[in-house]
Design a protein around this ligand. Structure first.
Ligand code: NAP
Ligand code: F7E
Length: 335
């Protein structure tokens, strides 16, 4: 390892954002450590292309078994890797699922970041290690003002969002109490061809590809009126990195400043393959939530001004990229 080479630790490395972030940091010549948890079947497909043999001496990417609900694994990985930057992306990230497993969601999403912050402090790394917490627009929930900024009060509407509000405040608290370089990114929805299958955008892009190829007949969805500020994950992981390169730690809203409904997503996705979504979509009560977040819209003014960040990929291109990618996946029979 060269002296000026930075070390990063990413929890949730095999998720959508983790995989893009690992690629970005490797390109920037970091040594990247990733935390993956044990699962009964292998689920590292998003990072398999950057995987390196653990016996490789001059490795740049290494995976460690760990779980953010398990303090001892969190602590020992941080002790072993002594990272310059930690990106806490691990979470039970599905809003609807959080109503089904609220206690686990709180354990991972609220106490997970606390365990990491405590480990940084316990190993006396607070002057070395910078911390990024993956916060979310879901914290605004029943929105108190539109568009939402860093100053908009939170009103979380799910166990997921309530847990993330705790994570937000404990990150701020450790920054103020122990002078840690700890930042909250308040990221609005971001998608990509790597998005998990159970989120609405990927559910739609995959259905479009299957319907076009006569492999699926209908698409069952919940609330089509919900409006989100949707961006591309590739743009958003740049913002995470930029936050940790500033002179001072701060919290930032990251979004596009544009809002679209689930219906608009459907229209563009189905039109792209010359189909009409109304011929295939059925409304199914099973996909409605006990409490819905109807509308979210970011004001990313601060990020634009201070981080010099702005999104490069617009809504229409995001939808088309996801549909094109799933058409290829279906054609190649990888899905
Ligand atoms: P994702 O694809 O669901 O990835 C989540 C990652 O966390 C997965 O690698 C998952 O591992 C891991 N994980 C879950 N529970 C864990 C545990 N107990 N211990 C260790 N790892 C665990 O989510 P994403 O879209 O990349 O989002 C990344 C982060 O940003 C999450 O914290 C999410 O809540 C937050 N966020 C996302 C968005 C968005 O629109 N994408 C917006 C705002 C905030 P497995 O593969 O084993 O499940
Ligand atoms: O839902 C509606 C649903 O699950 C979007 C996570 O990354 O972003 C994500 O949370 C909207 C909601 O994302 C279906 O009711 C309709 O209004 O894709 P989603 P989300 O709940 O906004 C935030 C920022 C995060 O932090 C989260 O981690 O679409 N919707 N029909 C549906 N949603 C799903 N999943 N499935 C449906 O069939």
């Amino acid at each position: 390892m060269k002296n000026n080479q930075k070390i990063a630790l990413i929890t949730g490395v095999n998720g959508q954002d983790g995989a893009y972030l690992a690629e970005l940091l490797l390109k920037k010549n970091y040594i990247v450590h990733g935390v993956k948890r044990r699962s009964s079947s292998i689920n590292t497909f998003r990072v398999d292309h950057i995987y390196q043999d653990p016996h490789e001496k001059n490795y740049k990417f290494r995976l460690h078994y760990g779980d953010i609900t398990d303090s001892s694994s969190v602590s020992s990985i941080i002790k072993k890797t002594k990272p310059d930057e930690i990106y806490n992306l691990a979470a039970q990230s599905h809003v609807a699922v959080s109503f089904e497993v609220p206690e686990y969601t709180a354990n991972a999403d609220a106490l997970g970041p606390l365990r990491i912050l405590e480990a940084i402090k316990f190993h006396k790394l607070q002057n070395k290690t910078k911390f990024y917490q993956a916060g979310t627009s879901e914290m605004f929930g029943k929105v108190q003002q539109t568009p939402q900024t860093e100053k908009t009060p939170f009103y979380p509407k799910s166990p997921y969002a309530v847990s993330k509000v705790y994570a937000h405040w404990i990150t701020k608290n450790y920054r103020e109490s122990y002078n840690m370089f700890a930042c909250n990114g308040i990221l609005f929805n971001h998608e990509s061809p790597r998005r998990g299958f159970e989120f609405v955008t990927r559910k739609i892009s995959l259905a479009v590809a299957k319907i076009k190829n006569n492999l699926q007949k209908e698409l069952r969805l919940g609330n089509l009126e919900a409006k989100r500020d949707w961006g591309h994950a590739r743009d958003y992981i740049e913002a995470m990195w930029l936050m940790l390169q500033q002179n001072d730690p701060e919290d930032y809203v990251i979004g596009t400043g544009e809002q679209h409904s689930v219906k608009e997503f459907l229209e563009i996705a189905f039109n792209h393959v010359n189909l009409n979504y109304q011929d295939y979509v059925k409304i199914d009560k099973a996909f409605f939530r006990p409490a819905e977040v109807e509308t979210l819209l970011a004001d990313p003014f601060n990020a634009k001004k201070k981080l010099k960040w702005s999104p490069k990929i617009n809504f229409e291109n995001l939808v088309k990229e996801m549909v094109e990618s799933d058409l290829k996946n279906v054609k190649d029979k990888v899905i």
